[in-house]
Design a protein around this ligand. Structure first.
Ligand code: HEC
Ligand code: HEC
Length: 500
């Protein structure tokens, strides 16, 4: 358990929690005796000194409050590159061309709208735009983590630079076939509904997505294709998450559940495309990316179709001949490095923009319901995975992110979340049942940020309550604790989560 180092009382209480969970398996019995840690002053500022105000307006695109003023122009330049649409090559503006040829969106922030989460379509006739479908076939690969689907690659690109697609004049695949680069497919979801009923008779409607493709552009997929639907997560505070020491993360690893709390927690091991080594994973919904630089470079290549120093290839697979023949937007560099669409300097600007987004301040901390909900959050064992607090390590060149006491509510580890949430698609060491604990800071602002309330990896949950009800596997006990609370206590726990 990571704690603010200035708080010995907190540490002591944390040890009590551990002792309780070790001695008794029933979460009810063990938690009755346990007093949650006292509220810390630093909790109101989850991002430490980077924390930004939510007045006059809440945003997940504000620069860290303590970002040195001389670095603001660089932040805004990075933001512009993440925000302004890329265009098809060739154009006269060589700096912004090279889109696709196949891609998912023209800009980063089309998916991470206002820095927040993507939007899932509410009905099955609206195409899916701010989520992606990862693809693979069974087997392992040290570098890519998966064996990509032979024709479509490891991600389904639902857009292409073809004019007929842009104008949506096509209705059949044949329109595309030999004339223009077809999008790989159009993607839709059908929502399968079910109902959950509490012992007191209160009912909650739940929904689970079933993916549907139309207009498959390049023939049938491999019969054993595995898919993983992932909605864009919020991106604020990423630099602080990167500044948590691996040692602090490893301290929560418990693969064999030696402390007997039913929770294991594993580190993914992934390929770092820069150092060409296997290293611990931290970003992505299965902790499938090593660091922010590979995450951002991978997003440029896979999501927008913009080649860059880490991923110099175009987004076409070898079977996509027309795609291969489409002009690229590569600009020859003056220093002799390979020609790419996004040169090193611009990749750095966007990566640092991601690093330097501030975390929003807490709201309603002193409300009775929120305080009570906080106790219940600890008692239900939520904090065992949604680890509240860390002190970041020193990061050269990023003094404003260094030695900050932060409250992200994640252990950044993989957990088996049960069959209901499983995608059945491994990603490096992550199994088809495992997901990385997502940070909860800022989660209560989701509606205000961009209107999206799509929680969990595939956006199926529309409220915090629904998200909890989907928890299973290692989180089953924690969920059952929640389910057995009174309806008022449940509201309080949810009020706490929404105050983050
Ligand atoms: C088509 C939608 C889409 C676009 C466009 C997109 N992303 Fe993402 N982004 C996602 C999804 C989905 C994930 C989760 C990926 C995974 O789990 O493999 C993600 C993950 C991330 C993460 C990691 C967040 C975390 O909590 O680990 C960052 C940072 C990020 N994207 C930044 C960017 C940047 C910068 C760009 C533009 C170059 C971009 N994204 C473009 C959908 C998108
Ligand atoms: C065993 C670890 C574990 C425990 C215990 C746990 N969670 Fe989670 N939580 C996760 C993981 C992993 C996910 C992501 C699952 C997914 O996306 O399918 C998640 C997702 C969430 C989300 C959605 C966040 C988002 O951005 O989409 C919320 C809200 C949440 N948990 C709250 C809670 C609460 C409240 C409790 C206690 C009742 C709790 N969790 C207990 C691991 C855990």
């Amino acid at each position: 358990m990571k704690l603010s180092r200035s708080a010995p009382v907190f540490v002591l209480l944390a040890l009590v929690i551990q002792a309780c969970s070790q001695s008794e398996n029933s979460i009810h019995k063990s938690t009755e005796k346990f007093t949650p840690p006292e509220i810390q002053l630093s909790e109101s500022h989850p991002g430490g000194d980077t924390t930004v105000s939510t007045v006059a307006f809440p945003s997940l695109m504000k620069p860290a409050k303590n970002l040195p003023q001389k670095r603001l122009p660089e932040f805004h330049a990075g933001k512009a590159l993440a925000h302004q649409p890329w265009v098809k090559a060739p154009t006269i503006t060589t700096a912004r061309d090279g889109l696709g040829p196949v891609y998912n969106a023209r800009t980063c922030l089309a998916c991470h709208m206002n820095g927040g989460r993507g939007q899932m379509p509410t009905t099955s006739d609206i195409p899916l735009l701010s989520a992606i479908l990862r693809l693979s076939i069974p087997g392992e690969d040290e570098v890519h983590g998966v064996i990509p689907e032979p024709v479509y690659g490891d991600q389904l690109q639902t857009q292409s630079v073809a004019l007929s697609h842009q104008l949506r004049s096509n209705t059949s695949v044949d329109d595309f076939k030999y004339k223009e680069v077809a999008p790989e497919a159009y993607l839709y979801v059908n929502w399968l509904k079910s109902q959950f009923e509490y012992a007191d008779g209160v009912k909650v409607e739940l929904r689970k997505p079933e993916v549907r493709f139309t207009n498959l552009g390049y023939g049938k997929m491999h019969p054993q294709t595995l898919t993983s639907l992932r909605v864009a997560p919020p991106i604020h505070g990423a630099g602080l998450l990167e500044a948590i020491s691996q040692q602090d993360i490893n301290a929560n690893v418990d693969p064999d559940d030696n402390n007997g709390d039913g929770i294991s927690g594993r580190v993914n091991q992934v390929w770092d495309f820069e150092t060409k080594k296997t290293v611990p994973g931290r970003f992505g919904l299965k902790a499938n990316k090593a660091n922010l630089r590979t995450q951002v470079a991978g997003a440029f290549a896979g999501d927008v179709g913009i080649s860059n120093p880490l991923f110099p290839e175009q987004s076409c697979t070898t079977s996509q001949v027309l795609c291969q023949k489409t002009p690229d937007g590569n600009d020859v560099s003056s220093d002799g490095s390979p020609a790419v669409e996004l040169p090193e300097l611009l990749l750095k600007l966007v990566t640092d923009f991601n690093r330097n987004i501030g975390v929003p301040e807490r709201r309603n901390l002193q409300k009775k319901s929120v305080k009570n909900g906080r106790n219940l959050f600890y008692q239900a064992g939520c904090a065992n995975c949604h680890q509240p607090s860390y002190v970041t390590q020193k990061v050269a060149g990023f003094e404003h992110l260094s030695t900050q006491t932060i409250w992200p509510y994640t252990d950044l580890l993989l957990h088996d979340m049960g069959e209901q949430l499983a995608d059945g698609r491994p990603d490096y060491l992550a199994t088809g049942n495992e997901w990385r604990t997502p940070p909860l800071w800022g989660v209560g602002l989701r509606k205000l940020i961009n209107g999206s309330d799509n929680l969990l990896h595939d956006g199926r949950a529309q409220t915090v309550e629904e998200a909890i009800l989907w928890h299973g596997g290692e989180a089953e006990k924690s969920k059952l604790y929640f389910v057995r609370l009174s309806s008022e206590q449940r509201l309080h726990l949810v009020a706490f989560v929404n105050s983050l």
